[in-house]
Write a protein that binds this ligand. Sequence first.
Ligand code: ATP
Ligand code: MG
Length: 537
Amino acid sequence: MTTDLDVRVRDLLEHYDRPAACAADLLCDRHPAEQIAFTVIESDLRAYELTYGELRERSARFAAALADLGVQPGDRVATLMGKSVELVVALLGIWRRGAVHVPLFTAFAPPAIEFRLTASHAKVVVADADQAPKLTATDYRTIVAGDAGTPGALRFDDLLDGYRSDDPRARSVAVGGDGLLVQLFTSGTTGTPKGVPIPVRALASFHAYQEFALDVRAGDVYWNAADPGWAYGLYYAILAPLATGVRSLLLHAGFSAPLTWEVLRRFGVTNFAAAPTVYRALRADTAAIADGFALRRASSAGEPLTPDVVSWSQRALGVPVRDHYGQTEHGMVICHAWHPALDVAVPLGSMGRQLPGWSCVVLAEDADIEAAPGEVGRVAIDTHHSPLLWFLGYLDDPERTASRFTADGRWYLTGDVGSRDADGSFRFSSRDDDVIIMAGYRIGPFEVESVLVLHDQVAEAAVVGMPDELRGEVLEAFVVLRTGIEGSAELAAELQQLVKDKFAAHAYPRRVHFVAGLPKTPSGKVQRFVLRGKEIR
Ligand code: ATP
Ligand code: MG
């Protein structure tokens, strides 16, 4: 059966997958010049509107400057910038030139930056002034946004002043739907980050997600608080809002819970999106008074959403946070969606269903056939029935690319383990590397962690399997306590009992380690593989 939303998917694909496609036209020039793209908010909450006309003018100048620096269509240009007007101008300038954007996260140390710049052969790096000292190699040109004074670097503002938007080199270069837009890297939660090239036609899927899952409509105030150095922030805080043209907030400041509360309230945010850790930080900031919000929709992605956050948000924000699941390789694919046509109740703890344009399944552990309802298996995407799929394989890594597909090429394997209920909704169990097999039982760490964080003295928890002669593996928990709380044998026993009472008697952690913090990626994801290799005794 073809639904209205399937038709919408087809229209979006037609729109973004064209030989004449240039992302600067699709994301900027096609919107009326006076239309507001972003409300830019400074850390002191001063705010101003940024229109598509301004973006068009300034990004055209920047494109001419890049051309003059020798940047050719297809060349890589990196940004090492937080959310700012300069970032959006740089991105649109890069795409106008037909070049490919390489995002770098501002919390990266120099080795992580050099790894990505080398792997992507970047020719130019645009950096915020406070980031520029991290750029030490000489095989790329550096452009510095903000204060002057970096030796050898070009100044962003000088470049804009030095070119006109009607310069012939400022003209949009068409790269087509298969042309590359971004060269991004995965988070590195399970090992070395993988390079993911993103074609222009992927914009159709980002646009669809904003409509279908976030239900952002004209007149809404949308805010995705994620950082643009990662897929979640780049796709859905920058690309999707520019694609749909709905005004969005761009907060030019680092994260703090009080600031987030204030922005939500003062700017009347209606649709909020952020990683689960952001919601946990908001919850911990008890000083906030939980009223005066205009929120209609809230969602989180990137990590499992523990049920405690959902019930808290209903009380504190007036709206439950809904779980959305995706990967750098595809963007969001399985969501508890907010669009009225998709807004069906899903069981507690479920991530929701596949979005229109995607077909997702759970494959059995040992054969490439669909698992029975409720049976845990490999979460996979049907490459034959997912018109929005755009993944092209990993950068320079055919082996890792091949390992993502079943032998016949039909199914893309996400590397995640989960199950599907009879109603079609999906549950996340764990990453396949993190599954614990104890005495023949398969246990996902997430369910055990969800119980541990219910304890009011626990701030965070991670559970891993450790080798055990008798049982193959046993569970060990790494627990971070709330400020001012000390670990003790009694507390450890209490936590073990909590798991026995609320999850399963056999799956309690044999050892509970109280630790000051958990190993995480720069984007805040828990790296359980580091804990598995760790001797904390
Ligand atoms: P790497 O692939 O380099 O190890 P990564 O998988 O963390 O890193 P991303 O593409 O940023 O890199 O993250 C995608 C992964 O994040 C998913 O495969 C899944 O494991 C996890 N994830 C995303 N959203 C959710 C969610 N809603 N619930 C549970 N897990 C999620
Ligand atoms: Mg991954």
